[in-house]
Design a protein around this ligand. Structure first.
Ligand SMILES: [Ca+2]
Length: 302
């Protein structure tokens, strides 16, 4: 039997639809126990309620904690405005406000010392806060899985660029980190065919379909990249990926180049980056997990 992975998901769910797909995938994977969700970047209360809504559609109740709204970089938050608009009465969704997101991350890292997986699929503000505020945190986390960065091009990536200061704190922390950069995530696409099968997967699938269509309409495209679900998959099916040797990641801060990332191989480094993926097997596993969460956990469905 595979071991159960204890996971905290740190997410900017609600803007790019791929965070919702990542949450659905997590809920559909029997090998993951989701111990909580923290939200980051912009209206984190709205994001937290939205996460609870998706979970509810899969018959699951989450512990969701709204995290920091403003990046340490001080940059203006990118907020397209469609966040949550397809989901009425979100204010009724319960969230946890007695603890901060950083405090919750620290508590879980202590509770599951050495074996907590934190999956960070938004700007790294909450993670940086948890590191700065508790010297034991970086050591207590088993592994941090990050969607972010780009190592094969000059352009910067949204999560690192939005909070370059936080990204640098995280990569300088000595934490064990696996990075899923654009180099790898862009090898996959969510297409019409796949979306049709997601849409047929119960109430959660139906909601995801509407959100995917909204996202496609926003950009005027007919596909999107599943950056965030792929990051989840790297934890549960590492055999689908190729990873670098250990090394360090340097983050450029400030100026035009803010958030640019560079990987340097180093035998004492604690970071590895994904360098390749099997796109067809990854797509298959991703769809299987997402549709499973929609169909199997909701009462009254086959
Ligand atoms: Ca995200």
């Amino acid at each position: 039997l595979n071991a159960i992975h204890h996971v905290v998901l740190d997410t900017d769910i609600g803007s790019d639809v791929d965070d919702a797909l990542a949450l659905a995938l997590i809920l559909g994977l029997p090998s993951i126990e989701l111990v909580g969700v923290t939200t980051v970047y912009g209206d984190t209360t709205l994001r937290a309620r939205l996460a609870q809504r998706y979970a509810g559609l899969a018959g699951v109740k989450l512990t969701v904690i709204p995290g920091l709204e403003r990046p340490l970089s001080g940059k203006e938050v990118w907020w397209p405005g469609h966040e949550g608009t397809l989901h009425p009465n979100l204010e009724a969704e319960p969230i946890e406000t007695r603890v901060s997101a950083a405090g919750f991350l620290q508590n879980m890292a202590t509770k599951y010392a050495g074996e907590l997986n934190v999956i960070a699929i938004g700007p790294l503000t909450n993670i940086a806060e948890a590191i700065q505020d508790d010297p034991a945190f970086a050591h207590n986390v088993g592994q941090l899985w990050i969607m972010g960065g780009a190592f094969d091009r000059a352009e910067t990536e949204h999560n690192f660029r939005s909070d370059d200061i936080a990204a640098r704190i995280v990569f300088d922390s000595g934490m064990k980190i696996t990075v899923l950069p654009l180099d790898v995530t862009e090898k996959l696409r969510v297409t019409h065919e796949q979306v049709t099968s997601i849409g047929a997967a119960g109430p959660l699938g139906k909601a995801l379909l509407a959100d995917i269509e909204q996202w496609w309409n926003y950009w005027g495209i007919e596909w999107n990249v599943p950056h965030d679900p792929l990051t989840v998959l790297a934890l549960v099916q590492p055999d689908l990926f190729t990873f670098s040797l250990s090394g360090v990641v340097r983050i450029a801060t400030g100026g035009e180049n803010a958030g640019a990332s560079e990987f340097i191989e180093d035998s004492v480094g604690t970071v590895r980056i994904a360098t390749d993926v099997d796109p067809s097997r990854a797509t298959e596993s991703m769809l299987e997990g997402i549709t499973h969460s929609g169909l199997s956990t909701h009462a009254g469905l086959p």
